[in-house]
Design a protein around this ligand. Structure first.
Ligand SMILES: [Zn+2]
Length: 445
């Protein structure tokens, strides 16, 4: 008999989670706060720390192994302990105070991504209180530098490889869930957005050089003129092809499942919708456009050291998010050729390819999404193209069944507040998350 009911009242979870928010574990801000937060977790979830095998990897990566009856299908539940800084913005409550108000817990990390850490650890703690032993080994795997694409998760992945652990299913942040009530005109079911295609990433520096000199006697074709021409060229030309991916088609199918009439019927006209997305989508939404093609945007620049000095070297940096069909080598080659037209050089600061699309026909995918549908019914599963990045991209290299969705509800305001001011999560979203993982840990065999 599966029992996933919570053992405490809502305020119990709110208060515990609020304690965690009080640690300003900003990425790479030193280990002190991370260490203090671990101590707090030991207080809040003592059985987990007593019963699990604990590994600490540089610098503050935590892996807790809960030994199951079998080790052949390890389950890995991920989260990141670090947060982005909370400078600027008009915070209603101080960002690291963990205030509980209006049915919510407020503060940096409440939605991204301390909730994932808390709900997985708390679920394990409650099952341990009940004397449950999992069928398979479960790993609670918490990185420390996700917000800076740090190597915390790489250290974790290497640890799994070194210990010959082949995860069978991985769950991480990425997508999130929305209640039908956030768009009640359109939705009849709640929806779970599941990141099934994570785009690649590149930072490319374009450099233009000259002999420099005094700005009172400028020469033609100075570095910034060339860079300006280069930017204009890249912005005006369609450098990257748009394609409607398999994941995008699944987005439409999932939305059709969750939609009310008559939108449901409309979304089921997949060929029409596919054509509409390709033609109109990019014009009406930059988000849709980013889901169809590799994006490139100029984000940084620099010139000489003083206003009256001609630059010997000026540069501009472009940030790219790559689709799977745009391989990094090809993109770099293409941009190098373009740069040469304007007498600029290219320096690759970083580049990585997109992850392969997740196979949604596997038994692991079915197990996971059926569980979401069971706990949060009525629920429609909506796979989607992720334009941002997660740690999961690294774990996907050792486990193809790496799913990106936090089983927590957010509304539009809360989604917009991640990485901004007034981040918050509903108390019952935290409770729902604990409930989900209690259920999933029990059905996972
Ligand atoms: Zn995150």
């Amino acid at each position: 008999m599966i029992d996933f009911n919570l053992k405490n009242d809502e305020m119990f979870y709110a208060k515990q989670f609020s304690e965690i928010i009080k640690f300003p574990t900003v990425t790479r801000s030193g280990s002190e706060n991370f260490a203090a937060m671990r101590e707090k977790y030991k207080e809040l979830c003592p059985l987990v720390w007593k019963n699990c095998e604990f590994t600490l990897l540089p610098e503050d990566v935590v892996i807790l192994k809960w030994k199951g009856k079998s080790s052949d299908k390890p389950l890995v539940l991920m989260g990141h302990q670090d947060v982005v800084p909370a400078v600027g913005g008009d915070w209603k409550y101080p960002p690291f105070s963990g205030v509980i108000e209006d049915g919510k817990i407020w503060g940096r990390g409440t939605g991204d991504d301390k909730n994932s850490v808390y709900i997985t650890m708390r679920a394990a703690e409650e099952l341990m209180e009940e004397g449950f032993v999992p069928e398979q080994d479960i790993y609670l795997s918490y990185s420390d530098s996700e917000e800076q694409f740090g190597d915390g998760v790489v250290n974790a992945k290497n640890w799994y490889l070194e210990h010959n652990i082949q995860p069978n299913l991985v769950i991480d942040e990425g997508g999130a869930m929305a209640r039908a009530s956030v768009a009640e005109k359109y939705l009849e079911k709640n929806i779970a957005l599941l990141g099934c295609l994570e785009k690649g990433y590149a930072d490319i520096k374009f450099i233009a050089r000259s002999a420099g000199g005094h700005s009172s006697t400028p020469k033609k074709n100075n570095p910034f003129e060339r860079i300006a021409k280069l930017i204009t060229y890249c912005t005006k030309h369609k450098l990257f092809k748009r394609k409607v991916t398999k994941t995008m088609m699944l987005t439409i199918k999932g939305l059709a499942d969750g939609a009310k009439k008559p939108y449901k019927g409309l979304l089921k006209q997949t060929w029409l919708i596919k054509a509409l997305i390709k033609c109109i989508g990019p014009k009406i939404s930059n988000m849709v456009d980013a889901m169809l093609k590799t994006t490139m945007v100029f984000t940084q620049s620099s010139g000489s050291a003083a206003p009256n000095v001609l630059p010997q070297e000026a540069y501009v940096i472009a940030n790219l998010r790559l689709m799977p069909w745009d391989k990094k080598e090809d993109v770099i080659e293409k941009l190098t050729k373009i740069a040469a037209k304007f007498e600029c050089e290219v320096e690759v600061i970083s580049a990585r390819d997109a992850n392969p699309e997740i196979d949604t026909t596997t038994e692991q995918f079915k197990l996971y999404t059926d569980a979401l549908k069971e706990i949060f019914k009525p629920m429609a599963i909506v796979p989607y193209v992720m334009t941002g990045g997660t740690d999961c991209r690294v774990m996907q290299t050792i486990c193809p069944n790496a799913f990106r969705c936090e089983p927590c509800y957010f509304d539009f305001k809360q989604l917009a507040a991640m990485h901004a001011a007034n981040e918050s999560i509903d108390i019952d979203s935290i409770c729902g998350g604990v409930k989900f993982f209690k259920y999933f840990m029990q059905i996972y065999k």
